[in-house]
Design a protein. Sequence first.
Length: 532
Amino acid sequence: MTLGRVNPKFRLEDQGISGLGNVYYNLIEPALIETALKREEGTLGKGGAFLVTTGKFTGRSPKDKHVVKTDSVTDTIWWENNAEMSPQGFDNLLEDMLKHMEGRDYFVQDLTGGADAKHAINVRMVTELAWHALFIRTMLRRPDAEDLQDFIADFTVINCPSFQADPARHDCRSETVIAMNFDKKMILIGGTEYAGENKKSVFTLLNYLLPEKGVMPMHCSANHANGNPVDTAVFFGLSGTGKTTLSADPARTLIGDDEHGWSDTGTFNFEGGCYAKTINLSPEAEPEIYATTEKFGTVIENMVFDPETKELDFDDDSLTANMRCAYPLHYISNASTSALGGHPKNIIMLTCDAFGVLPPISRLTPAQAMYHFLSGFTSKVAGTERGVTEPEPTFSTCFGAPFMPRRPEVYGNLLREKIAAHGATCWLVNTGWTGGAYGTGSRMPIKATRGLLTAALDGSLANTEFRKDPNFGFDVPVDVQGVPSILLDPRRTWDNPEAYDRQAQKLVKMFSDNFEQYLPFIDDDVRAAAIG
């Protein structure tokens, strides 16, 4: 039976997907929440938020992500980073998943990825869980009702958590699977209820498609000066480095918190919502994000709450440290209505340094920017991926290796070309540890980070005195109003300066060893910026 608010002419049966139970097309938030409650998928929270747990998986499963190795993509996929799946394995997976789906109810959301219509793609999301439909309806961009009737999907994503893959038959690693087939324009997800797989599958898709059009896909948040889209800033960074927090600046207009493109005309958000970590979230430090946790339709993932009052416990990480809330972009009062910005005037690369070595902010030359972009140094934080229980130093190229289907140089060269064409200033910002490594030092004060970013974005930081960092060669400000000067020189924050020197040299060697893989693909300027 076909049900829904807008029933499109092009239905699942037209895609060869038949034999299902009820199929609900494009239900809006109240209907999805009502249905999810009837199906006992979660709990209604304060203000109409929807509270869910995701079971076994509370983070992404990057090792279970596969790309189908067809002739059309063989020479363009970064196979060292993307596990391959045979076409036959995918065909078996699709056949078995569709058989598993027979007779069951499913929810279809016809959505768009990309605020710039010139570069947007239509995505049909088919989900087993009603709350997954609510989540992805929140996270992607919602076409107008009149556009839905004739909606034709460029790609279709089927998410079936109750389906368990067979590694031998489906040519995958485990019972959990995320399989992308660019020829069949399909993505299949099975064996995990973690909703983040839905949005990241679309991000990975755009990361493959857009470079062919000269568009730089970016794992970043973005904002612009109020009333001045020309003054745009982007914030690269992995989960947990502060993309959502630092871009939600009341003095600036929020374009988006996670995924953007940089085209010939400027910056555009891929999404229509935000997906913020809620551990230790407070109304004092992040009032607007905090407020979304009691707004209608916000999806609250894996948070402990009082069963009677529905009060959320922002400090209890017993389910996961990766507790999150997903809310529409317009829940932030200063969010852009167009989700468009100009060419980035400032590029901020966020890193969470668990070694306690890097300064809180550093200015990069264009060659250094490409070096640090390709390096993608940060620390995986607890809960973001399965098995990560405390910060682990890592190098994730382009600040998003799990979502990069093409080789890193493709994205690095695009970034460098656009920096050269539009004259962006680049900054490396450490939101990690100071005064010692993880376990000894303390987390960088968010007030100091905000103060430094404000100075960088308003141009005043460029006029201060800088010193040359002896370990990495980038410029570090010596004195910034409102920021303790000791923070600007991390060596001074350590009780034992010699211990800092040893730790710094250890990190320098890690950078050098990691960057050797890129030496054959870079020019002399970037090679000169490489360490060691």
